[in-house]
Design a protein around this ligand. Structure first.
Ligand SMILES: Nc1nc2c(c(=O)[nH]1)N(C=O)[C@@H](CNc1ccc(C(=O)N[C@@H](CCC(=O)O)C(=O)O)cc1)CN2
Ligand SMILES: Nc1nc2c(ncn2[C@@H]2O[C@H](COP(=O)(O)OP(=O)(O)OP(=O)(O)O)[C@@H](O)[C@H]2O)c(=O)[nH]1
Ligand SMILES: [Mg+2]
Length: 456
């Protein structure tokens, strides 16, 4: 067990709260408590601490009664970090928390780096790297879907699957390398046809994981939905109807919205990021022109585009032309056609095809539109109980693994000797292992944990 220097941090958010927690981890955690803690009953002996116990008493520092506190004890290796851990629960006042932290630092603890508690948990084998990253995602999750994906990963499903694939590859790679020792005898220990099968299976699975990134990333950061269309189509009215608040200015004057306006809402557990934009048209107004450029730029980054047109006022050719303009700028997005101001027409037989008719102003059809958005994101996919990757680092490692596997396959097909093929396989194994952290360089660890909160 690694028991390094003792780290300390405030583990709760900054500001006033009912309770605030200071966390200490490392070999001096209990003796630091000894210096300032006066138990309400009995005495406190670091050596006699039992894990999973709680003590009540006072925290004194520089002759000042800082607070009444509750202290939780975890004895290594049975703690989050795997080290001796202490949690001091104070009243949630910034002054109390700062003073208590100060006292711990005064006694020799060091201020923890962001993510350092979790880094220690990783180093001590409590979590693998993928799970440690899931902890950060879990804390950041703001919707049921994002929470589900992070929790699935924290529970180690992704890691287990990678481990299984790695084990199969390692076995085969070992056999290939063994052939080297019998080079003169021209033997093949590793059954080539079974190998191609294995490679196909693993590549297919890796590809599915890679494809899941687009969904995973959208869910984690909020699915970007850009609202586009001609001026006065009712885009801002639609944004307000979706959000249920008057966020954007609405007026009968064409060209009202200039800047990009955005806000998030959660629908059926999925967070959507709605982006209202300037109406698309030819204009000589310089500022409006900038707004239109921004609109098209945001269109290119959206996953879904709500193309809003006025069923009452627009001609079929206008509707078509704007649609083509949007499509050109956002070839990868799904474009949903939304025929607005349906309240102004009697029979809606304006355009054929899959058009959603709504009245943004009268809030008619908004729920159907929301359902359509959720359906578009989930399609047939379920997000519970399956691995969905959300992390660019993982995406990168998976892509590199596939490239190496393809190289190995090419080598085998062209009759390359086993030991050379094995080099590519080791490369693939390396990249797969980098996800769970079986192989990982220190600078990568530093980069990963730097993005955590302090105290985590
Ligand atoms: N107060 C508090 N709440 C918290 C945490 C924490 O550290 N402190 N957590 C942290 O962020 C999460 C819980 N994670 C934890 C994971 C493992 C252990 C732990 O003690 N593990 C031992 C126990 C196993 C056993 O029961 O024997 C171990 O792994 O050996 C503690 C917390 C969320 N809530
Ligand atoms: N009758 C009716 N009027 C609507 C509807 N939606 C919007 N309007 C009206 O259409 C006008 C333009 O609405 P906006 O939401 O500002 O249109 P926009 O697309 O954001 O326009 P720009 O920002 O100029 O591009 C306003 O007068 C709205 O009240 C609707 O469903 N029915
Ligand atoms: Mg507008």
């Amino acid at each position: 067990m690694v028991t390094a220097d003792t780290i300390a941090a405030i583990a709760t958010p900054y500001g006033q709260g009912a309770i605030g927690v200071i966390r200490l981890s490392g070999k001096d955690a209990f003796s630091i408590v000894k210096q300032y803690f006066r138990p309400a009953k009995g005495s406190f002996e670091p050596k006699l601490v039992r894990g999973y116990t709680l003590r009540y008493g006072e925290w004194w520092y520089q002759r000042e009664l800082i607070d009444e506190v509750l202290i939780s004890f975890f004895v290594q290796p049975h703690s989050y970090t795997g080290e001796d851990v202490v949690e001091i629960s104070c009243h949630g006042s910034p002054y109390i928390l700062n003073r208590t932290l100060e006292s711990c630092l005064d006694a020799g603890a060091r201020l923890a780096e962001p993510g350092e508690f979790t880094l220690r948990a990783f180093r001590n084998g409590k979590l693998d790297l993928g799970q440690a990253e899931a902890v950060a995602d879990l804390i950041a999750s703001e919707s049921k879907a994002a929470h589900q994906i992070a929790m699935h990963q924290l529970k180690g499903h992704f890691s287990r699957e990678l481990d299984e694939m790695r084990t199969q590859l390692i076995e085969f790679t070992g056999l290939l390398e063994l052939e080297l020792d019998f080079a003169e005898e021209d033997v093949e220990f590793a059954d080539r046809s079974r190998f191609f099968e294995l490679l196909d299976r693993i590549k297919h699975r890796l590809r599915t994981l890679i494809e899941s990134f687009s969904l995973g990333n959208a869910i984690k950061n909020g699915v970007p939905v850009a609202i586009l269309g001609a001026p006065n189509a009712g885009k801002s009215t639609l944004l307000n109807a979706l959000l249920g608040e008057e966020k954007a200015i609405v007026s009968h004057i064409a060209g009202t919205t200039r800047d990009v306006i955005e806000d998030v809402i959660t629908i059926d557990g999925i967070q959507f990021r709605f982006i209202d934009t300037a109406g698309l048209r030819k204009t000589s107004d310089e500022i409006e022109e900038i707004g239109i450029r921004k609109a098209l730029e945001r269109a290119s980054k959206a996953r879904i585009i709500l193309y809003v047109f006025d069923v009452h006022a627009s001609s079929q050719s206008e509707v078509h032309a704007t649609y083509e303009l949007i499509k050109e700028h956002a070839p990868d997005a799904t474009i949903l056609k939304v025929g607005n101001k349906a309240d102004l027409v009697q029979d809606v037989e304006f355009l054929d095809g899959d058009i959603l008719y709504i009245s943004a102003k009268e809030k008619v059809g908004i729920d159907v539109l929301k359902k359509a958005l959720v359906k578009e994101i989930l399609r047939e996919k379920r997000i519970d109980n399956q691995v969905i990757i959300t992390n660019v680092r993982h995406l990168d490692a998976l892509k590199k693994s596939i490239t190496a596997l393809e190289e190995a396959e090419r080598g085998l097909r062209s009759g390359l000797s086993g030991e050379l093929v094995a080099i590519d396989l080791r490369q693939a194994l390396y990249h797969m292992g980098s996800i769970t952290g079986q192989v990982v360089a220190d600078d990568i660890l530093g980069y990963i944990f730097a993005n955590f909160c302090i105290g985590k």
